[in-house]
Write a protein that binds this ligand. Sequence first.
Ligand code: OMP
Length: 215
Amino acid sequence: MLEYQRDFLQFAIQTGVLRFGQFTLKSGRQSPYFFNAGLFNTGGGLARLGRFYAQAIVADALPFDVLFGPAYKGIPLAAATAIALAERHGRDVPYAFNRKEAKDHGEGGDLIGAPLHGRVLIIDDVITAGTSVRESVAIIRAQGAEPAGVVIALDRQERGSDDRSAVEQVRHDQGLPVAAIATLDDLLAFLEETPQADADLEAVRRYRAEFGTVG
Ligand code: OMP
């Protein structure tokens, strides 16, 4: 685990974005942890989150020309990532996002920001079923551009509709690289280093053993 990944997990726990307890997931599973990216809801929190996304992009050396934030949750994420890349990494990259409602007056269209061209990197919070990624890929291709990959905050590394996780399905079925600021394995390593986290660690370990991807 890299230093920024440890910082990210600590920050997510401090802000209540990452919580431990009993949560029902979209899949119906009972999870001992839940990641709610909507709770990075202050200016300072969003700025910091953008810096973590930028670090993940730089660490994975993902080549791209434009950032794309799918509505709604991806919009502030892509904006914050673009700011962090400009301010911290000397890369002033274009970014764009979509609106969910079609608009037929004013500027028209359902894309806002930079034109989608070349390789487009999708910025999202989590991949649960992969629906949002498929929609983004269709939007990008409709503009004659190519999806370059997806960056998410946390990869839960759990089996989806088949033995693979939703992230693995995107990687193999859509041929897109997926980078995460942190994964469930990073979270386990983090909890192992954290005193007084034994109960959470045990619960997350059990969950990983039952529902996690192999390997
Ligand atoms: P979108 O925000 O529409 O992409 O949906 C994300 C889905 O993932 C929501 O239904 C969330 O409840 C769910 N989710 C998380 O946001 N964080 C988690 O840790 C786990 C889930 C989930 O339900 O699997």
